[in-house]
Design a protein around this ligand. Structure first.
Ligand SMILES: Nc1ncnc2c1ncn2[C@@H]1O[C@H](COP(=O)(O)OP(=O)(O)OP(=O)(O)O)[C@@H](O)[C@H]1O
Ligand SMILES: [Mg+2]
Length: 330
């Protein structure tokens, strides 16, 4: 278990340990960080960890979900506005960059920023200055920016939906949170820790519960598209629905493994194909993690031909935004 700072990032698989090591290192340097990874993989927790392990820990950590703000409001939320800047602006507001002074501003779902907001953010990243909406005074503030997105920003740049120059500014330190299905035994470790928390939380209303081994092995067979968040909710639901002390039985429907002992050839072939795919995926994922997302280097480490290896990377969708970029630069 790795419990860093106040963020409580759990997991000890090699893939996750690598990310934790990166977080510890990145935290020391006062640079912009871009966190990628699928939904529910812990991007926000990762951002908090970077902040609380940095010299800015005693200053504010301010999280903003860009996707939840109306287009017209993003700029005034971030950079503030003067009185009368727009109809509802009865009072001046300093904005979140000013509130985060000395600390860290976490911009989640950065891919949803409008072109105008992207331009203001770019300027802020270039020279640390900004203007309130409706204001003329140029202001500056000392804020570390951490951005996150589960979109492929390189693709968005190609589609001209995201500014290339902004992406380069954000990507000084890319960090990719691995999907849960590539984190091996972390599924069980996380499930156990959620169970401990639930036992503590509901201890007064119900007797303490534990997992049946079959439940744990079923957890490991599922691919968890919603990652840690999905696991957390699933464990909670099963906990609350379970009447006895032993949490058993069925994980979500698509968890079901091919019927064992059904005796037919198709089931055997399906199980074998799945075992091979599982092996390939974790082998490629671990090489990619060690090579920090650089395909050429990862292929070399795995003793594989680059093009064959690269096909596996695409097959299992293991290329990170950061990795592709680094790689094409070679
Ligand atoms: N390594 C971890 N250890 C413990 N809890 C975790 C871990 N990673 C994620 N979680 C939990 O999973 C949930 C989702 O995490 P978080 O909000 O950081 O994900 P996210 O990547 O920002 O997701 P989204 O892309 O949907 O915004 C949270 O409840 C968080 O506490
Ligand atoms: Mg998030």
């Amino acid at each position: 278990m790795v419990d860093i700072a106040e963020s409580n990032l759990l997991g000890s698989s090699p893939q996750f340990a690598h990310v934790i090591a990166q977080i510890r290192r990145i935290a020391k340097f006062d640079v912009t960080v871009l966190i990628g990874g699928e939904t529910g993989t812990g991007k926000e927790l990762g951002a908090r960890a970077v902040h609380y392990l940095s010299a800015r820990a005693s200053r504010p950590f301010i999280a903003v979900n860009c996707g939840a703000l109306a287009d017209s409001l993003v700029e005034s939320e971030l950079f503030g506005h003067e009185r009368g800047a727009f109809t509802d602006a009865r009072q001046a507001s300093p904005g979140l960059v000013s509130e985060a002074e000395g600390g860290t501003l976490f911009l989640d779902e950065i891919d949803t920023l409008s072109p105008k907001a992207q331009a203001s953010l770019l300027r802020f990243l270039q020279d640390g200055t900004y203007r309130r909406v409706g204001g003329t005074q140029t202001r500056s503030t000392d804020v570390r920016l951490i951005a996150a997105s589960n979109a492929n920003l390189d693709e968005l740049v190609k589609a001209r939906q995201f500014r290339r120059d902004l992406l380069y500014r954000l990507k000084v330190m890319p960090l990719v949170m691995p999907p849960l299905r590539e984190r091996g035994g972390d599924v069980v470790e996380l499930a156990e820790s959620f169970l401990t928390r639930l036992n503590r939380q509901y201890g007064a209303q119900t007797s303490s519960k534990r997992f049946d081994p079959s439940f744990l092995s079923a957890l490991q067979r599922y691919s968890w598209p919603g990652n840690v968040r999905e696991l957390e909710h699933f464990v909670q639901r099963e906990y609350l629905m379970c009447e006895g002390a032993l949490i058993q039985g069925g994980p979500p429907q698509d968890l079901a493994a091919p019927p064992v002992g059904a005796g037919d050839d198709a089931a055997f072939k399906q199980a074998k194909a799945r075992a091979i795919a599982d092996f390939e995926r974790s082998y490629v994922a671990s090489a990619m993690a060690r090579a920090r997302g650089n395909i050429t280097q990862a292929a070399r480490m795995a003793g594989q031909d680059r093009s064959a290896f690269s096909k596996l990377v695409s097959k299992y969708r293991l290329a990170s935004v950061a990795g592709q970029e680094q790689d094409s630069g070679e």
